[in-house]
Design a binder for this molecule. Structure first.
Ligand SMILES: C[S@@+](CC[C@H](N)C(=O)[O-])C[C@H]1O[C@@H](n2cnc3c(N)ncnc32)[C@H](O)[C@@H]1O
Ligand code: SF4
Length: 382
């Protein structure tokens, strides 16, 4: 495949390993016990580097703007393997001078030395899954770390020279109080990070948490409570100098994630690793999901991806509107068709869409309505 244009190009690398599985999580990740044979955590990075070589041969040498190593728990494979993946990228692609290189980590899977090695190895952004400061919420989520570990990991990262550090929060966990949420946000502020992502808890079908909710052992998250908590988080972060730039993401000036923005602007990205999704020039596909199936396909020289889909212009349009209207940057008015433009005009009159920015050619859901962005998007698309 020849990559048609040189719009920002991103790489996502999936590490499908976790020490234990949190009750709410349905990501494509496995404990050593669940993995079974055919996969070695120690040498898995070599398979990923082989896929990177295949990607670079398939494309017309795009310059990489962002790299995100996610999981699972990428730091489980160690700083040396993660750095080797980065060398694999450098050997096969040119990187833009401002390239953003992030790895996710669980707070209890790092120490000061590992973070120093990652920084030294070329990573320039860390993202830690903190989730909450409350011991009881962390227990309900089946997290293996304390809130103190998240704060410590963020401080170590900054000491190691990471200018950009993100903490992920989850709000709306059964049993959580408003005061727990305030404590969580205060930890993020005190740790001096420049980015916070806060997601409302989703009870994913098939997870241990979904079973507990179905059996009546846990109440499901309450929508009104979640909306209140989003507002608490937003108010506290705003007064600490963070600005929202997507419904679930806040950053200090200079702290916005370019990788996030690549997703939200429907840029091109290639997902490397088992179950990773890709989106290049209007085509979307997903790799073999199980690490052993992925490894076998690689060993046999077979196609790594399944379920390729050519997006129609209608699908491309809908995705662009859906992603952009969740962002503070919004969507250029010119992207809307005649009927959508008419509905947008109506929304601007009602104050659902910012009327001043609308007059300037940008469709943006107002701050007060942004929690309802998904409804606005549905109605706008008709
Ligand atoms: C896949 S995890 C990877 C990070 C790392 N393994 C960790 O948990 O610390 C990325 C983030 O997705 C969010 N997440 C995962 N499952 C979720 C769910 N069911 N509801 C809301 N957020 C979720 C969590 O905030 C988590 O930090
Ligand atoms: S939330 Fe993170 S640590 Fe927990 S199972 Fe999912 S990927 Fe693993």
């Amino acid at each position: 495949m020849t990559h048609q244009n040189h719009t920002p190009f991103s790489l996502y690398i999936h590490i499908p390993f976790c020490a234990s599985i949190c009750g709410y999580c349905d990501f494509n990740t496995y404990t050593a016990q669940q993995l079974g044979g055919g996969v070695s955590q120690e040498s898995f990075h070599k398979l990923l580097i082989r896929e990177l070589e295949l990607v670079s041969r398939a494309l017309d040498a795009p310059t990489v703007s962002t790299v995100f190593i996610g999981g699972g728990t990428p730091t489980l494979i160690g700083s040396d393997s993660l750095t080797q993946i980065l060398r694999g990228i450098e050997n096969n692609f040119s990187l833009s001078p401002e390239v953003e290189i992030t790895t996710e980590a669980n707070p209890d899977s790092v120490d000061a030395q590992m973070l120093a090695e990652l920084r030294e190895g070329g990573f320039n952004r860390m993202s830690f899954g903190m989730q909450s400061a409350s011991p009881s919420v962390l227990a309900t989520l089946q997290r293996t770390h304390t809130a103190g570990a998240s704060r410590q990991a963020a401080l170590w990262a900054r000491e190691a020279g990471f200018e950009h550090v993100n903490l992920d929060l989850i709000y709306g966990t059964p049993g959580e109080t408003d005061s727990d949420v305030r404590d969580s946000v205060n930890v993020c502020i005190d740790a001096g990070v420049d980015h916070v992502a806060a997601y409302s808890l989703i009870v994913e079908p098939g997870t241990a948490m979904a079973r507990a909710v179905n059996q009546g052992l846990l109440p499901p998250p309450d929508d009104d409570e979640c909306a209140d908590r989003h507002n608490i988080i937003d108010t506290m972060l705003a007064s600490a100098g963070f600005n929202w730039y997507e419904v679930s993401n806040w950053a200090k000036p200079g702290g916005q994630s370019s990788h996030n923005k690549a997703y939200w602007t429907s840029a091109n990205w290639w997902g490397v690793g088992p179950g990773a999704h890709s989106h290049v020039d209007g085509r979307r596909w997903v790799n073999h999901k199980h690490p052993a199936t992925y490894a076998k396909a690689m060993e046999n020289g077979e196609a790594l991806h399944v379920d390729t889909e050519e997006l129609t212009s209608e699908q491309i349009h809908v995705e662009k509107v859906m992603l952009a209207l969740r962002t503070r940057a919004g969507l250029p008015v010119g992207e809307l068709d005649t009927q959508e433009l008419e509905r947008a005009r109506e929304f601007a009159l009602q104050g659902v869409i910012d009327p001043v920015e609308f007059a300037d050619g940008v469709v943006r859901v107002t701050d007060s309505e942004r929690l309802l962005a998904d409804r606005v998007i549905r109605e706008l698309l008709g």
